[in-house]
Design a protein around this ligand. Structure first.
Ligand code: HEM
Ligand code: HEM
Length: 87
């Protein structure tokens, strides 16, 4: 999941920079960055989960609930920008 999200981030950034030379054409940029940050926090906190560190469960599950909203958001805004390239 971390790998896939970073791959999509790289493709999105490189593709958009190559096409326009700059970023920030829509809410898709902030949605993409949010999802990447959330995935990194979720994966990072998962490695800390243990009975000695119960707060890590809360961070892991909390970021995953936020990710549910985040993935929906990045998919919808991604689909919106796709419309620009369709005939
Ligand atoms: C975790 C998933 C994703 C991440 C992290 C991500 C990230 C990004 C980023 C950072 C950009 C540059 C945006 C800008 O500067 O305005 C971008 C562009 C783009 N992404 Fe994504 N993206 C993701 C998923 C998707 C999906 C699911 C779609 C299609 C349904 C999509 C379609 C596009 C398109 C078409 C562009 C070009 C934007 C434009 O022309 O304004 N992306 N993406
Ligand atoms: C970023 C990738 C992820 C990694 C590396 C990861 C890894 C882990 C690990 C190592 C644990 C501790 C298991 C244990 O010893 O009890 C855990 C717990 C948990 N994860 Fe994830 N996870 C990821 C994503 C997700 C996602 C996307 C969801 C939800 C859709 C999820 C839901 C949960 C839940 C509910 C628990 C608590 C399980 C329990 O009560 O024992 N995780 N995760």
């Amino acid at each position: 999941m971390v790998g896939l999200v970073l791959l999509l981030l790289a493709t999105g950034l490189v593709g958009t920079l190559g096409h326009y030379g700059n970023l920030g054409h829509s809410g898709h940029l902030i949605a993409g960055l949010s999802v990447v940050v959330l995935v990194l926090i979720s994966a990072g906190s998962s490695t800390l989960i243990s009975p000695q560190q119960p707060w890590a469960y809360a961070v892991h599950v909390g970021t995953n609930i936020a990710l549910f909203v985040g993935f929906t958001w990045v998919s919808l805004t991604g689909w919106e920008v796709v419309q620009k390239y369709l005939p």
